[in-house]
Design a protein around this ligand. Structure first.
Ligand code: PLP
Length: 391
C-alpha cells in the first residue's frame, strides 16, 4: 500500500526536520527561560529569540526591530488592520479600510469588524483572473485616509497580485499598505528593501514551521496601535511572553524559505505544469481558475464540470490523494468559495472546483499518482451525479 499523496500544502505543511532540530532545545529543559528574565536562563532564551528575529528579518529584507512575533497569519492580519484603524483614531482621523474581494477571511473579517470602530470598509473588485482592479484602487484612495490590505499570492487560486503597482499607488496617496504574504513567502521573491509597504504578514506553518507562530513586519510603529494589552514585550505591540521555540522555528524556516526560493519555485512550477498537462490529457474540459494572471508555482485550482467538490475530495481521499476544495460547508449547504465568486466563476463551476497545492515534499511520483487517480474519481462522481439526478 502506497503512502497517501499530500497535495494540500497551502493548508499547512509538515515541520521540516531542520526546523524541529533548531527548536527542540527551547522546548526542553536546556533553554526554557523567560526571555524577559535578566538571569542567565532568561538571557539564553532572549538570545534565541533575537537570533530568530534577525533570521526572519534577513529573509524578507527588513530590520530585526521590525519583526513582531505573532501566533500566526490570522493574528498578524488582525493587528495590521484593526491596529491601523486604532492608530488613525488616536491621530484624530477616521480610516477607510480598503481590501480586495478575494482576501483571506482573516482580512475580510477584520475589515468588517472595524466598521464597529467607525471606519469605512471598501471592498475592491477583481477581474475574471482574480487581479485587483487598479483603477478602483486609485479611486478608493482619493476617498479618505486609507489602510489598504492586499494579499500577495491568493491561497485558493494562486494568483499573484501586481504588488509593485499597488504599492506605488498607496505610496503616492500616503496610505498605509498591508500585504498578506502568507502564501507568497518562499514561493515568490520578497524584498522589503524594494517595496514601500508598511506592514507584512507571515505565517510559519505554511513554510515548514509549526502551527501557532507567525510575524507581522512593522516598518513604522506609529502606523498601528496594539490590539491586546499587557506587559511591554515586543514594543508593546504584541505583549505577552514570547513563544520562543516557535520564533526559533520560524527563524530557521524563514532562512530555508529564502535560500531555496528560486530553485524551489522552479521545481514546483515544473511539477504544477506536469500535473496540469497530465490532467488535461485525460480531462480536456477542466477549467484552470486564474489562468490568465501570473500564478504562484504551488497552487492549481481546477473547475471540473459535472462533478461536485465535496464528493471529489472524498473519493480522492479514498484513492489516497489529499487535496482541498475552494468551497466551505455552512450548516450542511455548500456555499461556493468567495474567491471564485468574486472572480465571476458561475456557481455550478465553483461548486465543482478543487485545489491542489504542492510543497517541499512533493515529488514527480506524487504528481503521476494524482494524474493516474483523478480520471477514475471524476468518472465515479459523474456517474454518481447522474444516478442521483444531480448533473
Ligand atoms: C493568505 C493567508 N492569510 C492568512 C492565513 C491565516 O494564517 P494562520 O493559519 O497562520 O492563522 C492563511 C492560512 O490559510 C492564508 O492562506
Amino acid at each position: 500500500m502506497n503512502n497517501p499523496v499530500y497535495l494540500d500544502y497551502a493548508a499547512t505543511t509538515p515541520v521540516r526536520p531542520e526546523v524541529l532540530e533548531a527548536m527542540l532545545p527551547y522546548l526542553r529543559a536546556e533553554t526554557f527561560g523567560n526571555p524577559s528574565s535578566p538571569h542567565q536562563f532568561g538571557r539564553a532564551a532572549r538570545a534565541g529569540l533575537e537570533k530568530a528575529r534577525h533570521e526572519v528579518a534577513g529573509a524578507v529584507g527588513a530590520n530585526p526591530n521590525q519583526v513582531i512575533f505573532m501566533s500566526g497569519g490570522t493574528e498578524a492580519d488582525n493587528l495590521a488592520i484593526i491596529g491601523a484603524v486604532l492608530a488613525a483614531k488616536e491621530r484624530g482621523t477616521n480610516a477607510c479600510v480598503v481590501v480586495s474581494a478575494l482576501e483571506h477571511k482573516a482580512v475580510l473579517a477584520a475589515a468588517h469588524h472595524v466598521v464597529l470602530l467607525g471606519a469605512e470598509e471598501i471592498i475592491l473588485p477583481v477581474d475574471a483572473d482574480g487581479l485587483l482592479d487598479l483603477a478602483a484602487l486609485s479611486e478608493a484612495l482619493t476617498h479618505c485616509p486609507s489602510v489598504v490590505s492586499v494579499m500577495w499570492v491568493n491561497n485558493e487560486v494562486g494568483v499573484i497580485q501586481p504588488i509593485p503597482a499597488i504599492a506605488e499607488r498607496c505610496c503616492d496617496a500616503g496610505a498605509t499598505l498591508h500585504i498578506d504574504a502568507v502564501q507568497a513567502f518562499g514561493k515568490v521573491p520578497i524584498s522589503l528593501e524594494e517595496l514601500p509597504c508598511t506592514l507584512l504578514t507571515l505565517s510559519g506553518h505554511k513554510i515548514g514551521a509549526p502551527k501557532g507562530i507567525g510575524a507581522l513586519i512593522v516598518r513604522d510603529r506609529k502606523a498601528i496601535d496594539a490590539i491586546i494589552h499587557g506587559g511591554g514585550q515586543q514594543y508593546g505591540l504584541r505583549p505577552g511572553t514570547e513563544n520562543v521555540a516557535g520564533a526559533v522555528a520560524l527563524g530557521k524556516a524563514s532562512v530555508l524559505a529564502a535560500a531555496e526560493q528560486a530553485t524551489e519555485a522552479k521545481r514546483l512550477s515544473d511539477l504544477r505544469t506536469r500535473l496540469l498537462d497530465g490532467i488535461r490529457a485525460a480531462l480536456p474540459d477542466v477549467h484552470v481558475h486564474g489562468a490568465g494572471a501570473p500564478q504562484a508555482p504551488h497552487i492549481l485550482n481546477l473547475g471540473i464540470p459535472q462533478t461536485d467538490s465535496e464528493a471529489m475530495l472524498m473519493h480522492l481521499d479514498l484513492g489516497g490523494v489529499a487535496a482541498s476544495s475552494g468551497s466551505a460547508c455552512n450548516t450542511g449547504s455548500v456555499e461556493p468559495s468567495h474567491v471564485l465568486t468574486a472572480m465571476g466563476v458561475p456557481r455550478e463551476l465553483a461548486l465543482c472546483s478543487i485545489r491542489f497545492s504542492l510543497g517541499h515534499g512533493t515529488t514527480a511520483d506524487d504528481i503521476d499518482r494524482v494524474i493516474h487517480t483523478l480520471p477514475g474519481v471524476v468518472a465515479k462522481v459523474r456517474q454518481l451525479g447522474v444516478v442521483l439526478g444531480r448533473v
